[in-house]
Ligand binder design. Structure first.
Ligand code: ATP
Length: 230
């Protein structure tokens, strides 16, 4: 079953054509990377499928259905770092997040903290967390309400090497536990390490898409994915 299908999505900001006729399919159970250099349209694409932005044209389907409030509950997302309170614990921060979003209850909070391996540190203040732990808490917030799909925008951006390794491992674990993951990245080696499928985006167009081992075997296409390892 396809989790997500995009048909011919376009979006411009004034004269800037951010997305030009993007079509792609995300199969269930995958870690699906949207790989492209800065400015290629990754955030615009994720914002559209999360209903944060409206497309100018085209359509998309979640689980074969037009987007709806019900469908939206099955999708967790991390587009921007949440504003956690530095002087509050992880548990209390998630209680606030949960009450604002209406997702998850106390049991769910405990479960998500275990999922991201922060349960032991659940009562520590957010300010005492490492960068990787902070990002794991942000992913825990996205997991409230037990979504089937997680949409993550550049989830390792700005982290130190330990944090990067933690987040990559967590994404693989969450995928093994049954979540389909859709993530933007500008790092070829990241996509190679953790994604099962990829779509390469260049100036708003999909150059190619498919299983990672097939797509990345084509060196010419990989060259086009540009600022690798930047
Ligand atoms: P980055 O990794 O730098 O965020 P990206 O691949 O996510 O890049 P987008 O942020 O989607 O790309 O931007 C795609 C294009 O649209 C870029 O040329 C960008 O400058 C432009 N753009 C994005 N948001 C706006 C906006 N609100 N107003 C005008 N232009 C925008």
């Amino acid at each position: 079953m396809d989790v997500l299908r995009l048909d011919n999505i376009s979006k411009s900001y004034g004269k800037v054509k951010a997305l030009q006729g993007v079509s792609l399919t995300v199969p269930e159970g995958t870690v699906f990377g949207i790989l492209g250099p800065n400015g290629s349209g990754k955030t615009t694409l994720l914002s559209i499928i999360l209903d944060v932005l409206a497309a100018d044209s085209g359509r998309y389907l979640w689980f074969g259905q037009p987007p709806s409030k019900e469908q939206r509950k099955r999708i967790g997302s991390l587009l921007e770092t949440p504003n956690f309170y530095h002087y509050l614990s992880a548990v209390n921060n998630l209680k606030i997040t949960s009450s604002i979003s209406g997702r998850g209850d106390v049991q769910d909070i405990a479960h998500t903290l275990r999922s991201v391996n922060l349960y032991e540190r659940r009562n520590s203040r957010f300010s005492t967390y490492s960068l990787g732990m902070k990002q794991r808490l942000a992913i825990a917030a996205a997991l409230l309400g037990a979504p089937r799909v997680l949409v993550l925008d550049e989830p390792t951006n700005g982290l130190d090497p330990v944090g990067i390794a933690e987040i990559r491992e967590l994404i693989k674990t969450l995928n093994k536990q049954g979540h389909t993951i859709i993530m933007a990245s500008h790092l070829l080696d990241e996509v190679e390490k953790i994604c099962t499928h990829v779509a390469i985006l260049k100036t708003g167009k999909i150059i190619t898409t498919g299983p990672v081992d097939e797509v990345l075997a084509d060196e010419e296409l990989v060259e086009l994915s540009a600022d690798n390892n930047a």
